[in-house]
Design a protein around this ligand. Structure first.
Ligand code: R1P
Ligand code: HPA
Length: 290
């Protein structure tokens, strides 16, 4: 359960990428299930397949293309992960979070994470976009935590604070953009809970998550955000509610991965607009605050 990657591994991959591309990204975007199209708006794209990048894990899940896309959004240099990694694929959390430290070493300052999740909050509707305010690291409670093992001070401190993992400023910016785009009706804020998966929740589990204060549930994101916060990246997270999690034994609907991917397509255009505007504002914000 401790990190399987050495500083030299991270360095090797970083140097390989820096030698292969002249892009120097400031913002990294992790595209969740079915959301790889978020990279489509980038200009001057340069694409690497994960399998060609030394030490990089490969995507094994449908809806995750497995490509690292460098490009620019309105002059902001960015890198997009079309597909991310999960515990349920059999990867260690060190591998799941490997790209985040590569981004840090490449000079990225802001991480924008996206995912698909199930709505726990009874008010949430399918197609809502939830700005992540906070998270619950359920696997972390059981010792499945990406920062377990010897701490490498070159990345961050032993006991990082997580009470402000999701930038308050960027959450405000995202809310403002949502209202400018006329999306306020379906933009929410809430608490995301990570479970390991791969099965979707039982009704008893879903009820427990509601009592715990979760608004949505998914099988990703928390490890990457934890590692990003540990190494000093600013984080903003968007979760697309792709299904309502059943809290009631009388409900007959059954969630499946195809439905999750389908809702991603349905919200593609607005999510892309939100993400591209957010990226350009992130950069302006960062210029103003430095
Ligand atoms: O979190 P992402 O990968 O976006 O996707 C969510 O959707 C998949 C299940 O349909 C799981 O991977 C879950 O975590
Ligand atoms: O209902 C869900 N549960 C867990 N992960 C998910 N990812 C999308 N929907 C869900």
């Amino acid at each position: 359960n401790s990190c399987c990657c050495s500083f030299e591994d991270y360095k090797l991959t970083t140097e390989w990428l820096l030698n292969q591309t002249s892009h120097r990204p400031k913002v990294a975007v992790i595209c969740g299930s079915g959301l790889g199209l978020l990279a489509d708006g980038a200009a001057n794209k340069q694409i690497f397949r994960y399998q060609d990048i030394p030490n990089f894990p490969v995507s094994t899940v449908q809806g995750h293309e497995g490509c690292l896309v460098f490009g620019t959004i309105e002059d902001t240099p960015c890198v997009f992960m079309q597909g991310h990694f999960h515990l349920y694929e059999g990867y260690s959390l060190c591998k799941v979070t490997f790209p985040v430290r590569i981004f840090k070493l490449m000079g990225v300052e802001t991480l924008l994470v996206t995912n698909a999740s199930g709505g726990i909050c009874p008010d949430f509707k399918v197609g809502d976009i939830m700005i992540i305010k906070d998270h619950i690291n359920l696997p972390g409670f059981a010792g499945q935590h990406p920062l377990c093992g010897p701490n490498d001070e070159r990345f961050g401190i032993r006991f990082p604070c997580m009470s402000d993992a999701y930038s308050k400023d960027l959450r405000r910016v995202a809310l403002d953009i949502g209202s400018e785009l006329g999306c306020s009706d379906f933009i929410r804020e809430g608490v995301y809970c990570m479970v390991s998966g791969p099965n979707f929740e039982t009704i008893a589990e879903a009820r427990m998550l509601l009592i715990l204060g979760c608004d949505s549930v998914g099988m990703s994101t928390v490890p990457e955000v934890t590692v990003a916060k540990h190494c000093g990246l600013r984080v903003i997270g968007l979760s697309l509610i792709t299904n309502k999690v059943s809290l009631d034994y009388s409900r007959e609907e059954k969630v499946n991965h195809d439905e999750v991917l389908e809702i991603g397509k349905m919200r593609a255009e607005v999510l892309q607009k939100l993400v591209t505007t957010l990226i350009s504002r992130c950069q302006q914000q960062s210029i103003n605050t430095h």
